[in-house]
Design a protein around this ligand. Sequence first.
Ligand code: NAI
Length: 403
Amino acid sequence: MNSLIEPKVRGFLCTTAHPTGCAQNVSEQIKYVTSHAPIALGPKKVLIIGASTGYGLASRIVAAFGAKAQTIGVFFERAADDKRTASPGWYHTAAFEQAAHQAGLYAKSINGDAFSEAIKREVIALIKQDWGGEVDLVIYSLASPRRTHPQTGITFKSVLKPIGAPYSNKTIDIISGRLSTVCMEPATPQEIADTVAVMGGEDWTMWIEALLKEKLLAKTAQTVAYSYIGPQLTDPIYSKGTIGAAKKNLVAASKIIQQRLTSIHGKALIAVNKALVTQASAAIPVVPLYISLLYKIMKEKGLHEGCIEQMYRLYVDHLYRQDGQVSVDEQGLIRIDDWEMREDVQQAVAALWSKVDDNNVATLTDFVGYRHEFYKLFGFEVEGVDYTAAQAVEIPIPSLKKP
Ligand code: NAI
């Protein structure tokens, strides 16, 4: 099918994606990495769980193009059919694999439910067949609204709600830019437990245990999962809300995994990343308005970063430092949200937050930048792409047998 592809946005989701725009996104990220110093002490064989968009995709690009690592990426994406384009992560991966293969780099992908035992088995079989083991970095970057437990078959749904008390604050419609007040009732104990079951650390632990059992991790292997803390402003809906409870569970899981890895002298780490426009963060009420203000301030101060800049910094300044040390805060967390959390940045954001309304949103915030980044996630509004040209939508991912 060749067609003109336009964005179709529903709520915080775009149901179409543009293959050429997505490919261009990937090539911009590769260009960023290859224009910076190579990561001399970087990883060699990297498994990325949640590898097709956002932080996971950027982690894969940095590993491959910054450290010449072989990568296996796991994700859950939709191929194109007669009626629909593929999902953006599908097109991103197609473009990533093509570029990696052209550069002579091993890159294979597995598309399916990473929470399931079947996908874990498939990944393990591929690692055994192609690498014979020796995975030295496992990135865990899943963001999912639901998880079916592999042992009980129960499906849990995550919710984005406050805990303990209702919460209301300003929020922004990510397309119209109109402000409104969102009021949320606190989560029930069941909703909190379900969100922890989806976005907490149980599945990460299962992955590492499965890899350890099969002796597929190299000596001194590292594993990293991603978290967010953010300012007081978003505390009720993030850090102190249901997603925050899940992230606390993720941190607790890192300690359990750390113990499991002692026999191979490995490390289990949590990196606290910057708030960025991704499909996952667009779904959280209040956060898009916060990000619109944050972008404004960080751009003005010359501190703005996207996923690729963040992930390059994670590898170079933390995971693969020349001195072999990982720099962490007093709680043992890697903080690449350090620039976001700088006092001057947060003070400026908080000052604007109290003033922002429908009349001044265009000038006080970088909402235009937010919306542009949102469209870019799906391959739209990408510089250099001719959106008036009809375009094939069925693009194969080279390592997957069928699109
Ligand atoms: P994203 O929505 O861009 O990416 C999610 C990835 O998970 C995709 O590759 C998707 O295919 C994969 N995925 C989802 N369900 C799956 C399943 N069942 N099986 C296999 N793959 C599945 O999300 P984003 O924003 O990059 O988030 C990744 C991690 O980073 C999350 O833990 C998130 O909490 C964290 N983080 C995000 C921040 C942000 O502002 N976006 C800030 C700090 C941390």
